[in-house]
Design a protein around this ligand. Structure first.
Ligand code: G1P
Ligand code: ZN
Length: 541
């Protein structure tokens, strides 16, 4: 096999965001665009020689072409073993599991998560390191730097590899192992949970459950775990066949995009509903006429962890991203374990787990997981809930209300303003930053600001510092406003405003109304309308 050196020139903007490089498919389809980025990833690693690399993704449009390109480049860069999910499929948590299990140097995960797929939609690529978690910020900065001056990449001449059949091919220079994408992950889940009790619940007559795979990657995983291994009836899993364009939908598990699920659970009075996103790392949990906020879900799972076999000895600690409500902090307090506040994005949890400081972590953006992998894990969260429901015999609503009774309640909402002009967004953030110093001590509607800053995180394990991770404004009555710009969008800028308020009132059902004072105040302090012309958010979660 000849190793070819191909000359190339840099593309601007190959900067990984919150979770890898995400661009429109059309951008990725430009000659050398994908190649430049992949070579930069390989160049950012000390040596690929003799190592193994995991490759897989959420099955979206352009995955298959990308995988053939990556196979040739990985071989030319010295990798000895390529472990590829059958048909190019590996959910993000399964990729993390496989990297760890096979002791690979890392993995390339091809996904744009919950963003839509198809020829005119999004594609993405992300490097995960040997712990199975996303590359550190230092490495993604290095990758970006390399893309800015790249002049060549390496590839080999090779006919397309059949990735649809499980098995091993020895090419001499390298071995290709096409693996069943589901079994390693499903086996890991079976080790963590009380499958016997869960099987009794799911296969019994008194509990009706629905999981929405949203035409995305979790379909085959859900089929194997819920139906084959846990005995749930066939109709329990809907939209189970992964499609390259996710059936034209946003594979984003929230009340708007998982409407099929919400309707079925409410109309058929089902006991439990859940959904996951494009690449299987997010989760939404609902009960009959009852939505569980992801911040509450993290707190509740932490509080009930000892009902799950893998965590029966208790949690080492917990962590949440800064914009996530402080509900889990209250649980950590009671359990007398550490709670870390990290910037948005999963890459910040990895060090805390590797260092044995935390077991559970989560983000308000429908992400929850534990140290069984180094990614957020949608199905894991759903299995946690089923395990806890089986152990307690309570309903979803009862569990959450009991939790609020014990710990108090953190009302939470996020308002997104999408595709705003990047320069207006930058101006708005600049103005807000400049106003922060004067805010502390000021009162609004009789409530004083106790802290106003730009969040900066100092990693307690490696000492690295990440600045400018979002504005926090805290009030003396337990209210909080957080403001940041998204790092995953592919057009213009997306403003995210997070609002939360502590209360003891369990009876509130209209979160937006209960938070309206804070919402109005946020607009006033940020100047959303003034800078963007927008009067309403595009998405409210
Ligand atoms: C969003 C979420 C963040 C999550 C990321 C990847 O990033 O807010 O919590 O880790 O997607 O799923 P953002 O667009 O806000 O940068
Ligand atoms: Zn995702």
């Amino acid at each position: 096999m000849n190793r070819n050196i191909i000359a190339t020139t840099p593309f601007p903007g190959q900067k990984p965001g919150t979770s890898g490089l995400r661009k429109k498919v059309k951008v990725f389809q430009q000659p050398n665009y994908l190649e430049n980025f992949v070579q930069a990833v390989f160049d950012s690693i000390d040596s690929c020689e003799g190592q193994s690399l995991v490759i897989g993704g959420d099955g979206r449009y352009f995955n298959r072409e990308a995988i053939q390109t990556i196979i040739k480049m990985a071989i030319a860069n010295g990798f000895e073993t390529l472990i590829i999910g059958q048909s190019g499929i590996l959910s993000t948590p399964a990729a993390s599991c496989v990297v760890r299990k096979y002791k690979a140097l890392g993995g390339l995960v091809l996904s744009a998560s919950h963003n839509p797929g198809g020829p005119d939609e999004d594609f993405g690529i992300k490097f995960n390191r040997s712990n199975g978690g996303p590359a550190s910020e230092a490495q993604t900065d290095k990758i970006h730097q390399i893309t800015e001056s790249i002049s060549q990449y390496y590839t080999v001449d090779l006919d397309p590899i059949d990735i649809d059949r499980v098995g091993e091919v020895d090419l001499g220079m390298a071995k290709i192992q096409v693996i069943d994408p589901v079994s390693d992950y499903a086996d890991l889940m079976e080790e963590l949970f009380d499958f016997a009790a869960m099987k009794q619940l799911l296969s019994g007559p008194d509990f009706r459950f629905r999981f929405d795979a949203m035409h995305a990657v979790t379909g085959p995983y859900a089929q194997e775990i819920f139906i084959n291994r846990l005995g749930a009836p066939k109709e329990s899993v809907i939209n189970a066949v992964p499609k390259e364009d996710f059936g034209g939908h946003h594979p984003d598990p929230n009340l708007v995009h998982a409407a099929d699920l919400v309707n079925q659970v409410n109309e058929q009075a089902l006991d439990f509903g859940a959904a996951s996103d494009g690449d299987g790392d997010r989760n939404m949990i609902i009960g009959h006429q009852f939505y569980v906020n992801p911040c509450d879900s993290l707190a509740l799972l932490a509080a009930n962890a000892q009902k799950i076999p893998a965590y029966k000895n208790g949690l080492k600690g917990v962590a949440r991203s800064m914009p996530t409500s402080r509900a889990v902090d209250r649980v950590a307090d009671k359990l007398d374990i550490n709670c870390y506040e990290t910037p948005t994005g999963w890459k910040f949890f990895g060090n805390l787990m590797d260092d044995g400081r935390i077991s559970f972590c989560g983000e308000e953006s429908f992400g929850t997981s534990s140290d069984h992998v180094r990614e957020k894990d949608g199905l894991w969260a759903v299995l946690c809930w089923i395990n806890i429901l089986a152990a307690t015999g309570l309903s979803v609503a009862e569990l959450v209300k009991d939790h609020w009774k014990t710990y108090g309640r953190d009302l939470f909402t996020r308002h997104d303003y999408e595709a705003i002009a990047s320069d207006s967004a930058a101006k708005m953030m600049e103005t807000l930053n400049a106003s922060l110093e004067g805010l502390v001590g000021q009162s609004f509607s009789g409530v004083q600001v106790t802290l106003a800053d730009q969040f900066s995180y100092s990693d307690p394990v490696d000492g690295s510092v990440s600045n400018n991770q979002g504005v926090r404004i805290l009030f003396e009555n337990g209210g909080r406003i957080v403001v940041r710009l998204s790092g995953t969008g592919t057009s213009g800028a997306t403003l995210r405003v997070y609002l939360d308020q502590f209360t003891q009132d369990e009876s509130i059902t209209d979160t937006q109304a209960a938070l309206s004072t804070l919402i109005d105040l946020a607009d006033q302090l940020i100047g959303i309308e003034k800078f963007t012309g927008r009067t309403e958010p595009d998405v409210v979660t």
